[in-house]
Design a protein. Structure first.
Length: 145
């Protein structure tokens, strides 16, 4: 069943990242959030939660730890006082190349021997499945309200 395979792959990804990141005291979840910030520094906390389909409270807990580790700074959005914007610290910026290398190493290991076209098609199929899953769960939430 594909759900089982995805679950196992996700657990293996977390094990790999947590092991590779142990020397710099960053978790797999923190790596994901940092990756988003490397792409878009200043993203809102709510946008980050939505990007990963994670409960806002869970994101807040992780971000609080990241603040303590001096990886991010949270600032109140001047346009919306309820929103928090996230910014990388110099410490986090200095880790970018090392963190991207760890991610690249994982992707290379997972796609070893695969043609680029196969990798691209697989990525598109996974994106489609993610969107369908989000739509399905959104409809279920709306039906429960």
């Amino acid at each position: 069943m594909i759900g089982k395979q995805i679950s196992i792959l996700f657990r293996q990804l977390n094990l790999y990242f947590n092991r590779e990141l142990s020397g710099i005291s960053i978790s797999a979840t923190e790596l994901l959030y940092l990756s988003s910030l490397y792409t878009k520094d200043g993203i809102s906390q709510d946008d980050l939660a939505q990007e990963y389909s994670v409960d806002k409270a869970a994101v807040t807990r992780t971000l609080q730890l990241m603040e303590k580790k001096e990886l991010i700074i949270r600032k109140t959005d001047s346009a919306d006082k309820r929103a928090k914007k996230l910014f990388l610290t110099d410490k986090a910026k200095s880790l970018e190349m090392e963190l991207r290398e760890i991610q690249t190493k994982w992707v290379c290991a997972m796609t070893k021997g695969m043609e680029q076209e196969t990798i691209n098609n697989f990525s598109k199929q996974i994106d489609t499945m993610v969107e369908r899953a989000k739509e399905l769960n959104q409809k279920e939430r709306e039906n429960q309200e």
